[in-house]
Design a protein around this ligand. Structure first.
Ligand SMILES: Cc1cc2nc3c(=O)[nH]c(=O)nc-3n(C[C@H](O)[C@H](O)[C@H](O)COP(=O)(O)OP(=O)(O)OC[C@H]3O[C@@H](n4cnc5c(N)ncnc54)[C@H](O)[C@@H]3O)c2cc1C
Length: 449
């Protein structure tokens, strides 16, 4: 059944036709001219406060080629690559719809971008049980050109004398090109860049898709319903109004909420065990990050340490402050209904591992903490990339389960290539297609945290 559906979707020319949605003049040009026209009218009418025209500059355009649901790093990266790879400047219109009103969306004229990159190796520790897996992973990383070394417990002790090597069978340590940066700076930078490339932003919430259906019979004689989204409804802020946006392609980059967006498009609403009944298995999972101070803690050369227990930490700034946490087990998963921090989780589940690995952490003081949502793929904790086999013009860039930031540049490019060229070009991400959920083919990654 799947093969039949996929073949139908891959008909040549389908995407090319889909992208030509515009009829007549562009609403964007009109929106740009509104302030000018208002000024002119006001100049020859009495009463300076009178507002002769309703300002629609906050509304999305009535038509666009691509609607990206979600203005997080994945959505912005797809927008960037769509504009970067377009054949001709202005050839493709892209609208990003973001419902969150955090300030970074408003930044227009910022000073030159400083990502606050802090170069530092990642030190991963493996127990006896996971040592062979680590060795294998490092082999693959080296084949791909990464400078990573393996260390025995003795070598580890010599290089980082503050580590207790008990229970460590092997360690891997990144020698270059690793570190951490400020994700908000990256979002700001991407935001500014893609605005300069002509991408339109809109603050609003995608609440509905209008689509048409056609019925197909697969080679095995089963009937499937193919859907195509024609219109996206964007609910405007502080208003009951919505703006319909005609479009050819929808990118589902709604992070932790992308499962809900898929459902809105009818994905997963079918008999269990069928492709039509297969949901996008992405949901919000709450994760805590704790910041602590430890005057006797390890010094400036401290790498990011990922312990075999799952706990991790790194330095934060210069003043013997540290940041870290640990993912809960399936049984310990906290209620994702709010973003309150569970301080007992640090006490009971994180601190014991930290203090065991770094004895100086016996004496530390937690200074603050926060919680955020992983865009958690419950099937195999990996990303979902590419088109849905039945809702043929919805593409996914989601589900990275805690790794979306580092993978966003590559995924954005891959999705843009799929949309523009119809196939992966520079990087083949076909293992991450939606169809794996139906086929039961997990893409498992080991020794990640
Ligand atoms: C504690 C923590 C630590 C992490 N550490 C790392 C790390 O070390 N390395 C790494 O690579 N990644 C890390 N991540 C994961 C990374 O942050 C995410 O994978 C990444 O931010 C996902 O980006 P996104 O664009 O898919 O989702 P988001 O950034 O969540 O963006 C999705 C957006 O969609 C919007 N949206 C949802 N529904 C709608 C709607 N109906 N209409 C309009 N807009 C909508 C939301 O408001 C949201 O802004 C971490 C995450 C957490 C929580």
């Amino acid at each position: 059944m799947l093969r039949g559906a996929l073949r139908f979707r891959a008909k040549p020319g389908l995407l090319g036709r889909g992208l030509n949605t515009r009829k007549g003049g562009s609403t964007l040009d009109w929106a740009g001219k509104v302030p000018e026209i208002k000024k002119k009218i006001q100049s020859f009418l009495p009463g300076g406060d009178w507002n002769p025209l309703y300002d629609t500059s906050h509304l999305p355009p009535e038509r666009t080629d691509v609607v990206i649901v979600g203005g997080g790093v994945l959505g912005l990266s797809v927008a960037y690559w769509l504009k970067r790879l377009e054949k001709q400047r202005g050839a493709i219109q892209v609208l990003v719809v973001e419902r969150d009103h955090t300030d970074y969306l408003a930044v227009v004229d910022n000073p030159p971008l400083d990502l606050q990159f802090n170069p530092s190796g990642y030190l991963l520790l493996a127990s006896e049980k996971s040592a062979a897996m680590m060795e294998n992973n490092v082999k693959v990383q080296r084949q791909e050109g990464a400078k990573v070394c393996l260390m025995s417990p003795e070598q580890l002790q010599n290089k980082f004398p503050w580590i207790n090597t008990e229970g460590v069978a092997l360690a891997s340590y990144g020698l270059e090109g690793e570190g951490w940066f400020d994700p908000w700076c990256l979002l700001q930078g991407l935001q500014r860049k893609i605005q300069s490339m002509g991408v339109v932003f809109c603050r609003g919430e995608v609440t509905r898709f209008v689509s048409s259906s056609s019925h197909m019979e697969t080679m095995s004689g089963e009937e499937v319903t193919l859907k195509r989204i024609h219109e996206v409804h964007v609910k405007m802020d502080h208003s009951l109004e919505y703006q319909p946006v005609e479009c050819a392609i929808v990118i589902n980059a709604a992070g932790a909420w992308s499962g809900q967006i898929a459902e809105l498009a009818g994905i997963g609403r079918g008999p269990p065990g069928t492709l039509q009944g297969t949901k996008l298995p992405v949901e919000p999972r709450k994760r805590y990050v704790y910041l602590w101070h430890c005057p006797q803690g390890p010094g400036l050369e401290t790498p990011l340490v990922a312990d075999s227990s799952g706990a991790y930490f790194r330095r934060e700034g210069l003043g013997n402050n540290y940041l870290g946490g640990c993912s809960p087990t399936e049984e310990e998963e906290p209620d994702p209904g709010n973003l309150e921090v569970d301080h007992d989780f640090f006490q009971d589940k994180v601190w014991p591992h930290l203090a065991q690995r770094v004895p100086a952490f016996e004496n530390l003081k937690v200074r603050s903490a926060w919680a955020g949502y992983y865009d958690y793929n419950t099937f195999d904790q990996n990303g979902v990339v590419g088109p849905h086999p039945l809702v043929v013009n919805m593409y996914f860039a989601t589900g990275f389960s805690g790794h979306g930031l580092q993978q966003a540049p590559a995924v954005g490019r891959a999705v843009a290539e799929l949309v523009l060229e119809g196939h992966f070009q520079t990087i083949n991400l076909s293992s991450f297609l939606f169809s794996r959920f139906y086929l039961g083919e997990k893409v498992k990654e080991h020794n990640i945290f």
